[in-house]
Ligand binder design. Structure first.
Ligand SMILES: Cc1cc2nc3c(=O)[nH]c(=O)nc-3n(C[C@H](O)[C@H](O)[C@H](O)COP(=O)(O)O)c2cc1C
Length: 172
């Protein structure tokens, strides 16, 4: 599949079949995340794979949408900000969320390529999710990625047209 077709195919899926995701499929998705670029190649994250019912339920308490609890797998992209690259010569801006976002996006696209569905979840309650994952204080869960066999087509893609999105040479 051409990359542009895959980008069009990937949509957020908010309904999942009970069918499990195979280890092979899961590993391919995780491998895509592993291969993602990071600032200075520091790879300041870990992926926590949650598949056990009681652990999924504990996570779902932090994002109580019924569809979230249907997903057979959740991949939590957790960052270690102290290990991330900072633009220290200029403004000390930490780009750790960018690193996490690229890894998560690689995983959503790999899943779509396998015919699996994903949805990014950022609107979770961090207190509940941190406890469910058992992360230490130095670790920050940034993305919860649901993964499973889609039970819906997803919503149509609504995006700004290129004419509104792209500026040439300067902002003005
Ligand atoms: C950083 C980020 C956070 C998101 N958080 C949520 C969320 O908490 N709940 C949800 O249902 N969708 C969430 N989404 C999914 C977006 O709503 C979705 O990607 C967007 O509407 C575009 O739709 P599409 O993914 O089907 O192309 C999030 C997406 C991103 C990139």
């Amino acid at each position: 599949m051409k990359f542009i077709e895959l980008a069009k195919k990937r949509v957020s899926i908010r309904s999942y079949k009970p069918e499990p995701v195979s280890d092979e499929q899961l590993n391919e998705v995780l491998e895509a995340g592993r291969l993602a670029p990071t600032a200075c190649n520091l790879q300041p994250f870990q992926f926590v794979v949650v598949r056990q019912k009681e652990n999924l339920a504990a996570l779902a308490a932090g994002y109580p949408a019924p569809w979230f609890a249907e997903a057979p797998v959740v991949i939590a992209v957790c960052t270690m900000p102290s290990k991330a690259w900072k633009r220290s010569r200029h403004d000390d801006r930490c780009l750790v969320d960018v690193d996490a976002a690229i890894a998560a996006d690689h995983m959503t696209l790999a899943a779509a390529d396998l015919g699996l569905g994903t949805c990014w979840v950022g609107a979770f309650d961090p207190k509940i999710v941190r406890k469910a994952l058992g992360v230490p204080r130095t670790v920050e869960p940034v993305v919860l990625l649901t993964l499973g066999h889609p039970n819906e087509k997803g919503r149509p893609k609504i995006r700004q047209p290129l004419e509104k999105l792209v500026r040439h040479e300067k902002w003005k």
